[in-house]
Design a protein around this ligand. Structure first.
Ligand code: ADP
Ligand code: MG
Length: 674
């Protein structure tokens, strides 16, 4: 928004070199930047009641000037002094460095005066003075965060002056039709009102308009970027064999949920479009992302190209390999698995078949991005648990082909618009529905005092042949945090459940050790797995029915939801116990949300409200933009409208002149990047 008025500050009256430097230091370089610095609150001119007139940073009086202002020059400064009278009391008003006041005001005038009051000599160090008008009392007075060493009243005057001189020149960003649709005021009006609202209604209008403008301009850039990207990746569309795909679909052991179907359609549209797919697929744990990936890979194969699926751990890669082999058992497709532990000879053969195009689908870990891995014709890349890979790693896999469609998958449900805003350059698909017939996991919030009952409960499930996870947040005792220690818990359990096999997994183990422990749990060589959060990622052990999470209050709800998703993957009823502080605490209330819902998106929404967006976008990934007035969480409805409006305008080429000018730098940069 700052770019709205690129007028230099020295155009403003009274801004000398010193003031200008102060403004520059605070980040103000143009009139536009000044006007887009909004008040952080509003005061008013309500007169201070007589009984509250005592030493104070600010009092406000409606008063009569009772002695003409006189100028004196104590110690080379300029001081204007006069007396005013209010409540029958005479106050000495003093103003430094403002000689013009002597000309503007004279004895007998009714004025509104604000300033710092010192009771000892009944003096007011003047802040503001104006001729009194009844309606001023209810006016809002903007209060700004200020450049160093600047006064509120001075800054306010600058803004007032800037508005007076230039508000006519403010651009109109929002096209007429949209402004009418949403009954928005003009941008110029909103800027005037956000600084100097005369009524609550003004302020409401201004805020509503400006929030929309902020989102709209932001989304407009995203839309333009996405359009450039599509133009830049202009490519031969894939030619899918729908017969083969329908046949595959018919032979699956289940029918797709309608959410899955919709996403498959979105992916197919990308594959068949003359640009490359760059899509994020979000779906709750167990929502069935793998089979969607299978459709993408099959479709790619029918277009005679290869696909690669990369997962963050060996176990996950194996799991994918197994499920995909099952899915594709009715087809002629050739699948292969490549991980760090693939034997040398097998690896050599595999790489060779891959290079001559005998392998249709390669599944694996980071091993896929190593240099010797060469494809005959790579056409599609799928990255599972995408946040576990760095940007470079994802790039590297994509660059193993010439024109590669990319699908990223994530099990962290984030409200859709938020995701699209954070990962602005990606299209986003969402599977917001679980396959029918899933038994919801029974969840209960408990406290450590209920230890014996918990152990009893675990023992009953184990006696039925089931398995249990127990998760606690840190592996070492930390006195300050008082976090349950995984090792300690492990040894306690070994002593309690004497005839059970209890495993331990934590972040200190090297990856192969982790995989070994996980494998034995999967193979039911262990009954209980005590673990730190390292089991978080999509491991599938359908026989596990109990998930106990210690110090659950230390986790975000979305994280708890991920962990809970490790159970409930088989036919048996599953349980999740969240061990929290209990009592009336806020964190107890927060945990209670988990008892009420198993919908990952709903949970993500709670998390956003309780903890802010930080949980979803670790500092590293935080692509989240900041806005002046708009709030990504509270104003999602506005965001949704602003986004679809902005995209429609860009894609239907309905940019107004103002918007074209606004986007110009971005479009130029994109052309240079080609
Ligand atoms: P996630 O999205 O967590 O990766 P998966 O792809 O592992 O989920 O799917 C979880 C389980 O649900 C798998 O066993 C899968 O075969 C099964 N599944 C997927 N889609 C459906 C469906 N439409 N109907 C029934 N079961 C399904
Ligand atoms: Mg998965």
């Amino acid at each position: 928004m700052e770019e709205m008025l690129a007028i230099p500050l020295e155009q403003l009256r009274g801004v000398g070199p010193k003031t200008q430097q102060r403004l520059n230091e605070a980040g103000f370089f143009t009139v536009g930047s000044l006007l887009s610095h909004f008040p952080y609150r509003y005061g008013d001119y309500t007169p201070t009641p007589i009984e509250q007139i005592q030493d104070a940073e600010k009092i406000t009086l409606i008063a009569e000037i009772v002695s003409a202002p006189i100028i004196s020059r104590p110690r080379s400064k300029i001081l204007v002094k006069f007396n005013v009278q209010a409540y029958g009391i005479v106050f000495n008003v003093q103003a430094f460095g403002r000689p013009y006041l002597a000309k503007q005001f004279s004895s007998g005038q009714q004025v509104l005066v604000t300033g710092k009051y010192t009771a000892k000599n009944q003096s007011i160090a003047l802040d503001e003075i104006k001729i009194y008008q009844v309606e001023q009392i209810n006016e809002f007075v903007p209060v700004y965060s200020l450049p160093h060493g600047m006064k509120q009243s001075y800054f306010r005057e600058l803004i007032e002056q800037a508005l007076g001189l230039y508000s006519q020149q403010l651009p109109e960003y929002i096209p007429q039709d949209l402004r009418e649709r949403y009954k928005l005021c003009t941008f110029a009006q909103a800027i005037v009102w956000i600084h100097f609202p005369k009524t609550h209604q003004h302020l409401k209008h201004a805020v509503r308009e400006l929030k929309y403008v902020e989102f709209f301009l932001f989304e407009l850039k995203l839309a333009a970027k996405s359009q450039c990207q599509k133009q830049n990746t202009y490519t031969q569309p894939k030619r899918l064999d729908m017969n083969q795909i329908d046949k595959f679909s018919a032979e699956l052991p289940f029918t797709l949920t309608s959410a899955q179907e919709k996403v498959v359609r979105e992916i197919f549209a990308d594959l068949q479009a003359p640009w490359l797919m760059n899509r994020l697929l979000q779906g709750d744990v167990g929502s069935g992302k793998t089979v969607v990936a299978a459709f993408a890979m099959l479709a790619t194969a029918t277009s005679r190209q290869q696909s690669a699926l990369m997962a963050p751990t060996e176990i996950l890669a194996q799991q994918h390999f197994q499920s995909l082999q099952q899915f594709f058992s009715s087809t002629q497709l050739k699948l292969a698995l490549l991980t760090g532990s693939t034997r040398v000879k097998q690896r050599r053969e595999l790489l060779n078949s891959l290079k001559i195009g005998e392998i249709d689908i390669l599944i694996g870990t980071h091993a896929l991005i190593e240099d010797p891995v060469l494809f005959a014709k790579l056409g599609c890349v799928i990255v599972d648990e995408q946040h576990r890979f760095g940007v470079k790693q994802r790039q590297k896999l994509r660059l193993k082909g010439e024109a590669v469609d990319v699908l990223y998958m994530s099990a962290t449900p984030i409200p859709r618009t938020l995701a699209m805003t954070a990962w602005g350059d990606m299209d986003v698909s969402v599977i917001d529905q679980l396959p029918a017939g899933r038994k919801p996991i029974t969840t209960k919030v408990v406290t450590k005092k209920q230890w014996n009952e918990m152990v009893g409960f675990v023992e009953r499930e184990l006696a039925n042949g089931r398995q249990a996870y127990i998760v606690c947040p840190l592996i070492e005792e930390s006195e300050t945090l008082d976090v349950q220690n995984a090792m300690e818990l492990h040894s306690t359990l070994v002593q309690t459940l004497t005839n059970r096999r209890i495993g331990l997994m934590h972040g200190r183990l090297i990856p192969t050790e982790k995989d070994e422990v996980m494998e034995s749990f999967k193979a039911h060589e262990l009954d209980v797995l005590v673990s730190t959060t390292v089991i978080e990622v999509g491991v599938n052990v359908p026989n596990a029915t109990v998930m106990i999470i210690y110090d659950a209050n230390r986790f975000g709800l979305s994280q708890l939801h991920q962990l809970r998703g490790r159970v409930g993957r088989g036919d048996h009823q599953s349980y999740c116990l969240l061990v929290g502080p209990g009592g009336q605490s806020e964190s107890h209330e927060r945990l209670k949300v988990m008892e009420k819902t198993t919908d990952g998106f709903e949970i993500a929404q709670y998390d956003l409200e309780f903890r802010g967006p930080g949980d979803f976008f670790g500092a590293k990934q935080s692509g989240l933009p900041t806005f002046k007035l708009a709030n990504l969480i509270e104003d999602q409805v506005i965001l949704n409208y602003a986004r679809s409006d902005a995209y429609a305008i860009v894609y239907e080429q309905r940019l107004t002149k103002v918007l074209q000018m606004y986007l110009e730098p971005l479009l130029k940069a994109h052309q240079q990047n080609d």
